[in-house]
Design a protein around this ligand. Structure first.
Ligand code: FAD
Length: 359
């Protein structure tokens, strides 16, 4: 669905030289390598923040194999990359998945996201890793019919559950934080909050678990161990969740809304539908330019495959350099593209916004 301006007219697509799909570490470094060649990029990611697997799967775990960085973490590496690419002013479009990609007769690409943002780009860089991170769905037959009316995978704002009987499903930090937020005094307070998790152990900070248990003791919220195995509905409204406990007994819990926080998992999703040559769910590329079988579409990082491919951040970084040099002649057909050193090139100093070196 194309985005509409307040008056109802269609918003023109954003015209750009380069569009990067994926803001993981490799997508971020692609911004840098394009920037050195004076190419501005737009970046789209399904997650609401940059960093890809580094932020989503191991933000605080150490990484020891980034060249010249003896030790870092997923979070620190992301922060460093964002700092490094800042001079190039890439435009980020987060929290939206690229859903459609089509080539025009003039060679440019039409791209559209799940939020209706549209682009027309001369080149595309797919840095989609292992796929777009999406909320894990509750597998209960028929329950999806209530999605976004009574069943939510993201809270509909801080007061979206005010005065409602809320069931929060999940046992990680995000689930506990959400349950606490809607159980505490304030304009967003729910009429009741029940946290449901399949066991009485959590993957959350001990302090968060302690706060949750304290609120349960005060009667400000409830905690139940079990899983949703069914539901009741009346006149098109979800009225109860059927909860089966570890003892095998099933009980109905009356509710107005359900917030499901079962974490995120990557889904390859639409990338597989764009008619690009693939091998075992990865995009086939050459190793000269990291181009796919469609000229103008490049693939870097975990999403690509070629003989000897290693799914490492370092390898993805190298791929970004060659992909940027592969794309530059398509963007500047009349310009001689030269390799320059960041140490000595006045032009690169200008692009990087650093002071020229005076000897
Ligand atoms: P990703 O990090 O997967 O990022 C891809 C991004 O693309 C995601 O944010 C996703 O939401 C987005 N995306 C996908 N499809 C779409 C779409 N259609 N629309 C919008 N957005 C989309 N590597 C190392 O080198 N050293 C290590 O020590 C190391 N440790 C690791 C530890 C763990 C636990 C794991 C799981 C991996 C580790 N890796 C390590 C591997 C490393 O994280 C990956 O190689 C790296 O993240 C790949 O980067 P990427 O940018 O290609 O993809």
């Amino acid at each position: 669905m194309a985005a509409l301006a307040p008056g109802g007219q269609q918003v023109a697509p954003i015209a750009t030289d380069a569009l990067i799909i994926g803001a993981g570490p490799v997508g971020l470094f692609q911004v840098f390598q394009l920037g050195l060649l004076d190419i501005h990029a737009h970046v789209v990611d399904a997650l609401p923040y940059a960093g890809g697997q580094c932020m989503e799967l191991y933000p605080d775990k150490p990484i020891y194999d980034i060249p010249a960085v003896p030790a870092t973490t997923g979070r620190q590496l992301t922060a460093s990359l964002l700092q490094q690419i800042a001079p190039f002013g890439a435009t980020f479009h987060l929290g939206q998945e690229v859903s459609a990609l089509q080539q025009r007769s003039d060679g440019r690409f039409d791209v559209e996201t799940s939020r209706g943002t549209r682009f027309v780009s001369k080149t595309i860089f797919i840095a989609a890793g292992v796929g777009a991170f999406q909320p894990r769905r509750l597998q209960v037959d028929g329950l999806a019919a209530f999605n976004n009316t009574q069943v939510f995978y993201q809270a509909p704002g801080p007061t979206g559950f005010a005065g409602k009987r809320l069931l929060v499903v999940g046992g990680d930090e995000a689930a506990l934080e959400q349950a606490l937020a809607f159980a505490q005094d304030g304009p967003g307070r729910a009429a009741s909050v029940t946290l449901l998790h399949r066991r009485d152990a959590f993957t959350a900070e001990p302090a968060t678990v302690a706060r949750m248990r304290a609120l349960c003791e005060l009667g400000a919220m409830q905690f139940r161990v079990g899983q949703i195995t069914g539901y009741d509905a009346q006149d098109g409204q979800l009225t109860h969740a059927q909860i089966t406990g570890v003892d095998g007994l099933t009980q109905a819990l009356a509710l107005d809304a359900m917030l499901v926080c079962l974490g995120l998992s990557p889904k390859l999703g639409p990338v597989a539908d764009w008619g690009l040559a693939m091998e075992r769910k990865q995009l086939q590329v050459d190793t000269e330019k990291f181009s796919t079988n469609v000229p103008g579409i490049f693939a870097v990082g975990d999403i690509n495959t070629y003989p000897g491919k290693k799914k490492l951040i370092l390898c993805g970084f190298h791929e970004c350099v060659l992909a940027a040099f592969g794309a530059a002649p398509l963007i500047f057909p009349d310009k001689k593209i030269q390799l320059q050193y960041t140490t000595t090139s006045p032009r690169l100093h200008q692009l990087l916004g650093v002071a020229p070196v005076v000897n």
